[in-house]
Design a protein around this ligand. Structure first.
Ligand code: SF4
Length: 403
């Protein structure tokens, strides 16, 4: 049986003093983005508005403009007094993201945005229309400290954590674009007001390594009175397996969907494939995932990118099924992710019969398993970036800006 071992292609992983792939949990000290309405709790917003010498109830008006009408434009906020309006609005809603590039695929119903942050760091989001839902894949960090050998984002390490408002702003900008008719694929006779319904934290960064800001963003997403009013179930928080943070997430009592990017059921392979596995092993990550189900009642997703001859062996499907079944029934489903074929790379698609056999074995063992829709997968591979180089057009367009 062929076993391809993970290795970087065209770059070198940074190593720690013991020669293991370097893991960066702390965000390097850099100038923080300006504080924005979405970084604050509702009470803090009122306090800040008052500090500016403006009556506290204006905070609520501003929330409505930003979270319901997706606008930052003072000219559109005619319910605010004209005098001092510009200053007030810019003070509470400072500019956070500058659009650098937009890339459309799938006939306009998938849009990839490249954003520049206030300090020049670049991040991306992807907007995708599916039947009955619109999903936005958001970034939570500029760069990433988890150093996965297949990942474009991980190569440069962690630039910095994104603020809650920088995460929220990705959604607000996408909603505005949708409202302006910028997302393709809408049926002609459909006049419904549309907006992003689903969020996946599968853009740049490991969301649970930026825990506090990601959770503030999630609170704003689900807040019906003071935020975007989205359904928690439509929000997927994924991780490569930061076990203490998974436990914390389970205790939040916000029933988001939780996804574990596992990609290998055995420590031998996963130690190389996902370096954070040296810290928390497969069994610990699965125990934490099961505990998430116990606490929230939400079925957990296991993400598994199928990579030819690396992790797609039938025995690995069986081992995965055994490990999941050992923790009970009905608590988990598996999403194998087919990759695009990448000739000459070790990070390439499994053969279709191999994929099918992998899925069949899991299903036969009683684990609900469905091959994931591959659309938008240029950034949707393994917590982000597994397939970045697969979309040649996107890679060509993005590379000069990313280096
Ligand atoms: S795959 Fe995810 S966790 Fe790993 S380096 Fe890339 S962004 Fe980070």
């Amino acid at each position: 049986m062929r076993q391809v071992r993970p290795a970087t292609e065209g770059w070198k992983q940074k190593k720690d003093s013991e020669g293991r792939p370097l893991l960066q949990f702390a965000s390097p000290k850099r100038g923080k983005p300006p504080v924005h309405l979405a970084d604050l709790t509702p009470d803090e917003r009122v306090a800040k508005v008052k500090e500016l010498g403006i009556p506290g109830f204006r905070a609520k008006q501003l929330e409505k403009h930003y979270f319901s009408h997706w606008t930052h434009d003072p000219a559109a906020m005619t319910d605010l007094p004209a005098e001092g309006r510009e200053e007030f609005v810019h003070g509470m809603l400072p500019a956070l993201l500058t659009e650098v590039r937009r890339l459309e695929t799938d006939r306009g119903d998938t849009i990839k945005f490249l954003w520049k942050l206030h300090d020049g760091a670049l991040v991306e989001s992807v907007l995708m229309r599916y039947p009955g839902r619109i999903t936005l894949c958001v970034s939570s960090q500029a760069g990433c400290g988890m150093n996965c050998p297949f990942c474009a984002t991980g190569q440069a390490g962690l630039t910095r954590n994104m603020s809650a408002a920088e995460i929220i702003e990705q959604i607000v900008r996408a909603n505005r674009l949708i409202a302006e008719g910028g997302l393709g694929g809408k049926k002609r006779d459909d006049h419904s007001l549309e907006r992003v319904s689903n969020i996946v934290f599968m853009g740049m960064g490991e969301p649970l390594a930026n825990y506090a800001r990601v959770m503030q963003a999630v609170r704003v997403m689900v807040d019906k009175e003071h935020g975007l009013g989205m359904s928690a179930r439509g929000i997927t928080v994924s991780t490569v397996g930061l076990v203490p943070a998974i436990t914390k997430l389970a205790a939040e009592e916000i029933p988001v969907t939780f996804a574990l990017s596992l990609h290998a059921p055995d420590d031998q392979l996963r130690d190389e494939l996902i370096p954070v596995n040296s810290r928390w092993k497969v069994d610990e990550a699965l125990d934490a995932a099961r505990a998430y189900f116990d606490k929230t009642g939400r079925r957990v997703s296991i993400e598994y990118a199928l990579i030819k001859d690396m992790n797609d062996h039938a025995w690995r499907a069986d081992l995965l099924a055994d490990k999941l079944n050992a923790r009970g029934r009905g608590w988990v489903h598996v999403n194998p992710i087919p990759l695009n074929p990448t000739p000459g790379s070790i990070w390439t698609a499994s053969e279709v019969p191999v994929q099918n056999e992998f899925v069949r074995r899991l299903n036969a063992a009683g684990i609900p398993t469905t091959l994931r829709d591959t659309r938008g997968k240029e950034i949707d591979g393994a917590c982000g970036q597994l397939a970045t180089t697969e979309d040649d057009e996107a890679a060509a367009a993005l590379t000069p800006l990313e280096v």
